[in-house]
Design a protein around this ligand. Structure first.
Ligand SMILES: Cc1cc2nc3c(=O)[nH]c(=O)nc-3n(C[C@H](O)[C@H](O)[C@H](O)COP(=O)(O)OP(=O)(O)OC[C@H]3O[C@@H](n4cnc5c(N)ncnc54)[C@H](O)[C@@H]3O)c2cc1C
Length: 275
């Protein structure tokens, strides 16, 4: 990695934890995965939801330039001003256009973060987790992630510092009223938050992602399909576990994507999106 004025050049085969650790002494951060074990290339090419997405858009919206090897072997430098259509296509277009060999990612001052995950026990062995993030220096609160889990093998997705109780700052105080069964909180820069080692290693994952404008009808229907399709399988296969993640893409995040030249998800406004 090499730090430049306002951006850092990163090899796409690195993992986000390595990138955050490298930038931390410089008090800088980039938009990348919330879990340090995730790879740089796949996350950015898939769009990428970061802790900072509510403020700055997807991780792909915060790429200054891509170096890519295209079919035929040419090495191209892709920016908003050169090969601008390919630039847009790479932002969420995954691996269809070539092999990325370098990413230049915009850097930002690295704030102290305060992350809280609460778990609420529901019927049918379902757990609901709410993950929220608070940036004390600016007073910004974000509800990050809502997860429904079959929790067959009690997967701990956000293994962070254990805390005896909740002491949430005012913007998140309403979370204190929730009847939770488990709380995890973590304070520090992105380097620390991403090092929690959230998911168990050595397991096989199959991730499917889609996005829709926020709609309670859609949310209820997805939950219904999850119950119908998933729960019976998890009863039959020991250790089989599934999660629906509702990731909230705010109107501001969508606006950031538009301001940075657009991306493959292609939302242009019209309300928050669940992804
Ligand atoms: C534990 C966990 C936590 C996660 N957290 C987040 C999160 O916080 N935010 C989020 O947005 N997503 C998250 N994800 C999803 C993650 O972004 C995707 O699984 C992503 O595809 C991982 O990329 P990778 O490079 O690690 O994986 P890979 O499987 O290596 O790559 C994924 C895809 O990208 C392509 N690709 C990778 N590198 C290149 C390259 N250099 N050039 C061309 N194509 C390339 C590969 O061909 C493949 O199709 C998480 C996933 C897991 C398992």
């Amino acid at each position: 990695m090499t730090i430049h004025d306002g951006y850092v050049s990163v090899d796409p085969w690195l993992r986000w934890g390595t990138v955050y650790d490298y930038l931390d002494p410089h008090e800088l951060v980039v938009l990348g995965g919330r879990d340090g074990s995730v790879g740089v290339g796949g996350l950015v090419l898939g769009g990428g939801i970061s802790q900072f997405t509510p403020k700055r858009g997807f991780a792909c919206d915060n790429v200054k330039s891509f170096q890519i090897v295209v079919a035929g072997g040419k090495i191209l430098e892709i920016t908003a001003n050169s090969h601008c259509q390919l630039f847009q296509a790479l932002k969420g277009g995954q691996n269809k256009f070539g092999v990325i060999t370098r990413l230049d990612l915009f850097t930002y001052p690295s704030p102290q973060l305060y992350s809280v995950s609460t778990k609420l026990k529901c019927a049918q062995n379902l757990e609901v987790s709410l993950t929220s993030l608070y940036v004390p220096s600016t007073g910004e609160p974000y509800l990050q992630l809502v997860m429904l889990s079959s929790s067959g093998n009690n997967v701990t997705w956000t293994k962070q510092d254990q805390s005896g109780g909740l002491a949430l700052p005012p913007p998140l105080a309403e979370f204190n009223n929730l009847s939770y069964t488990h709380v995890e909180e973590s304070k520090g820069t992105m380097s620390k938050l991403a090092s929690g080692g959230s998911s168990p290693s050595g397991l096989r994952y199959d991730l499917r992602t889609f996005a829709f404008y926020s709609s309670s009808t859609m949310l209820k229907r997805i939950k219904q399909i999850f119950d119908e399709e998933f729960a019976p399988i998890s009863k039959e296969i020991a250790g089989f576990s599934g999660v629906i993640e509702w990731q909230i893409v705010t109107e501001n995040a969508i606006a950031q994507g538009v301001a940075h030249g657009g991306n493959v998800p292609g939302f242009k406004g019209g309300g928050p999106v669940i992804r």
